[in-house]
Design a protein around this ligand. Sequence first.
Ligand code: ATP
Length: 295
Amino acid sequence: MDTLLIKAMGKINLSLDVLRKRDDGYHEVRMIMQTVNLYDELLVTQNQNGKIEINCDKKWLPCNENNLIYKAAKLLLDSANENRGIKIELTKRIPVAAGMAGGSSDAAATLVGLNKFFNLGYSLEELRILGVKIGADVPYCIMGGTALSEGIGEILTPLKGAPECFVVLAKPDINVSTKYVYENLHADTLKVHPDIDGMVESIKRGDIRLIADKMGNVLETVTIQKYPIISKMKESLLKDGAMNSLMSGSGPTVFGLFTDKKKATIALNHLKKQGFVKQGLVTTLTSNTCTMEQK
Ligand code: ATP
């Protein structure tokens, strides 16, 4: 194989709960993960000098060993005793430090892609076990679609695909560190928890309005306190006809669910007019996981 093009999908959290902080510092979560139709592209070719080389169209993103693509490639190639080199060109579309698991999805795509590129023979389960060493969201990103994620993110239950709807995704001009948000969350003092079991039931019924009703994210308590703009964006989406609106992951990306594409577009334009949006689009939910195309 000469060249492989992989799509690394972004995600939102339809709901996110944190149960407790474990003794090892990790947080035990219950999250409803959902893939959206927004993806980064990774173009893989062999590198004759035996090294792992990454290029990215966004010059401010680290292309060295700090890039999650590098970490994933190194982990997989070392584990397989594979010493052929690899070059990966990244086209970045998923907003960075945004609560959309962009880096984790790139890492997942790297594991799945290089496994195929070099014919390494790992099962998806084995790749998920490797993936969690890089980040808690990586196993889900390998799986994709709609899923309940528990433990620290490694216990995954696939769910029926969410019904068709339109999603406004809007990231304000702020970068949020996931580490900061979890460090400032006091899980034991949370008074309100989203109804995750109710969300699972709503997804089983395939009713988008019930799904919208069950949306909730405990991390909003930390991120919105620091960045009240997130609250304003949520309100604006609701006023413009969203079934519901929520912050995704640790933020700051906000999303709104709509039954109507035109309404969704008007709501996004309104957010933009108010100066709330650095990156924004109208997209859909999808069951796709990372797809690969030989060139
Ligand atoms: P999550 O939803 O999993 O919390 P996030 O959206 O908050 O993810 P990412 O976009 O994955 O955050 O990136 C967080 C940090 O990781 C960035 O500050 C960036 O410098 C670093 N990073 C390393 N590799 C990548 C990559 N391939 N894509 C994006 N960020 C990367």
